[in-house]
Write a protein that binds this ligand. Structure first.
Ligand code: GDP
Length: 415
């Protein structure tokens, strides 16, 4: 079984083989290479009444059978009485990029006669993940921070075609400051195209009316035109009308596609004219996964931490402000990084200079040796020349070449 249970993501991690391209291998383009070595952690939470297709959508998103079919209790069988929170982790790899994916499921949400406090266990879960992270940050050794905070919460809206239900509004109101909310219209294949459009408008106006913040791809001025257009297209589809299916069906042209077959035709999951699944996946996995992680860290978590410290009576003096203000923290980190770079550069320069000096010394030494040898040779040659000259003079003057002892006798030159 894949279910790891527990809420801290510590459960068994299953390694999953992917059947096709999911898209998170684009992550290194979204972030620093350092993270590439470490691998990425991403925690997605799914919330919505049971039967809305949460497990199916997760399996469809990550092309992996993370979820096994659920055992639905028969009438008369005991059912859980509270929102139960479980998490499943899987390590998936694509193009050399490792992703530890954790899906936090919230079975039972909205399933009871009285759903008044359905949101509470979910808020508790999100906060305890923040607390766990805060604890790690306060430890001396912070090198191995594991990030089990919820980075995205996909909220499944029942495809009623009317408007948001009180439970939807209550949930989003309670959660929007703690998590990146991504509302989706579940099982959009049960609505017609016009119904989907109208429903989206109603949902958006409800969201606006209640001052609920949902996740939007941020608009940066310095992005290229293509990215800006891509983001606009994504935004135009919110709330995504999704259809999930991990089954292959035969399309009209005989192709095998992921979809749902109906007597009147096929709904293709990966076809943008059929539903918004492609756009949701694009945002969640291919282009904005890092954005979601960053927003969780820089804004949602920082706000939580500041509030927590305040409630614990820690005054917002400068040091705390520095600690909790992401901009100040970032500037400090940048300064530290720059200093580190400068140090490395200085060290490299020193090593280089040392090497040059050594080389020069060696060259000088061999030059001296060459000179010495040259001198020696010159002296030897000079000596030879003198000897030869001496010989020449002797020959010319008729004197013996080597005047030896007793030479007088030999040459008969005695007195
Ligand atoms: P969960 O309880 O929210 O996890 O829902 P499941 O993923 O277990 O799906 C419940 C049922 O709905 C299953 O029979 C699925 O085949 C079906 N289902 C899942 N996604 C869709 C969808 O997009 N459209 C339709 N029509 N049915 C779906």
């Amino acid at each position: 079984a894949v279910n790891a249970g527990g809420m801290d993501g510590k459960g068994t991690v299953n390694r999953k083989k992917l059947s096709s391209w999911v898209g998170f291998s684009n992550l290194p383009n979204q972030v620093h290479r350092r993270s590439l070595r470490r691998g990425f952690q991403f925690v997605a939470m799914v919330v919505g009444e049971s039967g809305l297709g949460k497990s199916t959508l997760i399996n469809t998103l990550f092309e992996t059978k993370l979820y096994q079919p659920k055992v639905i209790p028969l009438p008369g069988q005991e059912r859980p009485k509270t929102v139960d929170i479980t998490s499943i982790s899987a390590e998936i790899e694509e193009g050399g990029v490792r992703l530890k994916l954790t899906v936090v499921d919230t079975p039972g949400f909205g399933d009871f006669v009285n759903n008044e406090d359905s949101w509470r266990p979910i808020v508790d879960n999100i906060e305890s993940r923040f607390d766990h992270y805060l604890e790690q940050e306060n430890r001396v050794n912070r090198s191995k921070l594991s990030d089990n905070r919820v980075h995205a919460c996909i909220y499944f809206i029942q495809p009623t075609g009317h408007a948001l239900k009180p439970i939807d509004i209550e949930f989003m109101r309670r959660l929007h400051t703690k998590v990146n909310l991504i509302p989706v219209i579940a099982k959009a294949d049960t609505l017609t195209e016009e119904e989907v459009l109208l429903f989206k408008q109603r949902i958006l106006s409800d969201i606006q009316h209640h001052g609920i913040q949902i996740f939007h791809p941020p608009a940066y001025d310095n992005e290229d035109e293509e990215t800006v257009m891509e983001n606009e297209e994504i935004i135009s589809k919110v709330p995504f009308a999704v259809v999930g299916s991990d089954a292959l069906v035969t399309g009209a042209d005989g192709r095998k596609v992921r979809g749902r077959a109906y007597p009147w035709g096929i709904i293709e999951v990966d076809n943008e004219t059929h539903c918004d699944f492609v756009k949701l996946r694009q945002m969640l996995v291919r282009t904005h996964m890092e954005e979601l992680r960053e927003h969780t860290n820089d804004v949602l978590y920082e706000n939580y931490r500041t509030d927590k410290l305040k409630s614990m009576g820690v005054s917002q003096d400068e040091s705390v402000f520095k600690e909790t203000n992401p901009a100040v923290k970032q500037a400090e980190e940048r300064a530290m990084y720059d200093a580190k770079l400068a140090k490395i550069e200085a060290e490299m320069k020193m090593v280089f200079q040392q090497k040059v000096q050594e080389k020069e010394q060696k060259l000088r030494q061999s030059e001296e040796e060459l000179y010495a040898r040259h001198r020696e040779m010159k002296e030897a040659l000079e000596k030879q020349r003198l000897e030869l000259e001496d010989k020449k003079r002797r020959v010319e003057s008729g004197r013996p070449l080597t005047p030896e002892k007793g030479s007088k006798k030999r040459f008969g030159l005695g007195k």
